[in-house]
Design a protein around this ligand. Structure first.
Ligand code: CMP
Length: 147
């Protein structure tokens, strides 16, 4: 297994519910370290650009409205097999289908207010990380030196 990085977003419903700490704790306790993190309020342009791949989908406008409706937390998570591990910790996109003990099962309201986003492949992770954290590309984090 390789050390990977993935992009995670705590969506406006997660921030509004006051569960930023609980969500970050789930990542940390499963071996995913936040190596970049910021709270921000996405502009319409940023959200449309981020979700451009979904532009033709019927839910696109609602998704952009939701994602710009309140603050979000953007994170780069690093760890073994980070892309897949993050997706396991999040659970299925639709919380009705999410497994027990996942973030979406425990906190999400519906398929739109589904609390977290995570990159779905290593390639998309690179694209999504550089979209919000271009500076992370040139950093190297050596945790062995720090701990
Ligand atoms: P996310 O992982 O952020 O990627 C795209 C988002 O679109 C997805 O999570 C959902 O929150 C949202 N979405 C809203 N409606 C749908 C739908 N019918 N099918 C898939 N995704 C949807």
């Amino acid at each position: 297994m390789a050390t990977e990085r993935t992009l995670s977003i705590i969506k406006p419903d997660g921030v509004e519910k006051g569960i930023i700490g609980k969500i970050v704790s789930r990542f940390e306790s499963n071996g995913l370290k936040p190596i970049a993190l910021r709270l921000t309020h996405l502009s319409k342009r940023e959200a449309e650009g981020f979700y451009a791949v979904h532009k033709a989908r019927p839910f696109f406008n609602d998704l952009v409205t939701f994602m710009t409706g309140g603050p979000v937390v953007l994170m780069v998570l690093e760890g073994e097999n980070a892309v897949l591990k993050n997706r396991e910790i999040m659970g299925a996109t639709d919380p009705k289908k999410a497994a027990e003990g996942t973030i979406r099962k425990d906190f999400a309201t519906d398929i739109e207010k589904n609390t977290v986003h995570g990159s779905d492949s290593a390639e998309n992770a690179r694209v999504e990380i550089s979209y919000f954290f271009p500076e992370v590309q040139v950093h190297a984090y050596d945790w062995k030196k720090l701990t």
